[in-house]
Design a protein around this ligand. Sequence first.
Ligand code: C5P
Length: 408
Amino acid sequence: MTSKSSLSGVNIVLAVTGSIAAYKSADLVRRLQDVGADIRVVMTNAACEFITPLTMQTLSGHPVALDLLDIVQESTMGHITLARWADWVLIAPASADSIARLAQGRTDDLLTALCSASESPLAIAPAMNNKMWTNPATQDNLQTLRNRGVQVLGPARGEQACGEQGEGRLLEPLDIVNELAILAVPKRLQGKHVVITAGPTHEPIDPVRYIGNRSSGKMGFAVAKAAAEAGAKVTLVSGPVHLTTPTGVTRVNVETAQQMHDEVMRNVAECTIFIACAAVADYQPESIESCKIKKDRNDTLQLNLVPTTDILSAVASYGVKPFVVGFAAETDNVVEYAQAKLERKKLDMIAANHVGEGVGFAVDDNALHVFWQNSSQTLPLAPKSQLARDLMTLIIEQYNAKNSIKNS
Ligand code: C5P
């Protein structure tokens, strides 16, 4: 499965303002076209001092809109027509002046008039000297725009055209495309609550020791991010990991399998989709020593282990159960074990992956074999972020299919 970009077939008005970074907008046109977007370019007078309209017209394949009061342009694709045509308006580079003018709600040039007339989402990729970027007036203007729902992409930090170092560089064109693609993901999980477990669990033996495993939590965190991008309310119940919580995700930290179970069950009643990515310990010590176990080299040490509660099975047998997705991390016979687990645990879907030396845990790439009733699909080796989005697409499709059968 090669996933289609969320920008495929999307109409984007790309507005270029006066910044030395304007030369990058030529490449940006190409990169947006690569993912299937249709581009119309708008340029301010200042932008034309840095890059020619002819360049942008040739690359976009359409006339460039330059003037608000141009009698010819306004009679063809004028600012109101452009505003209606756009699924997204993207200003890249967005100069400090254009940001200030937008914050003021001015409408005295083509760009500001178009933004004022457009109901489409607006994203801006600022580019300016680092002192201009940190200037309180610029930051106030940006906050005003953010409060109105404008998405701010970047800026990056590093060497600047003026010779200074700092924050204010335009994001690279490919990064702008990737960030915009994430924002443009259809919000198919709007109003849904997705609960996800991630990471390992630690089962204490005594106050300083525990039984753990090598799970990094990366897959679970990537799945949580993908669910949030699709508009879901996301609760991420995470074992001990060193990862940053994705934007828009509510994270609850736990240590043991029992704590993870309790936290999941506290949320299960209002959960739409449950995804068990965590590598939960299958066994826990029967009792936890209150003091550190002393070593006695002349003796062997026996630990009595008892099974942990199976969280996935507990959710799958809950009264009004959510759509339940399990993971099967196996070192061998991946397909057979996964299919058996789908049946035994009464799951709606299971994602199987091979783990072992250098694959599965702690690495950034992964591959999955996903099974559901009477069907399956392979998601080939890809970065976990991409794989998580592809998996979320499958989950949403199967969740919708199951619900349409239930409701028919
Ligand atoms: O049976 P096995 O442990 O291989 O099943 C793996 C799946 O079950 C994973 O989705 C894992 O998160 C989940 N699981 C669980 N609670 C346990 C053990 C596994 O939710 N105690």
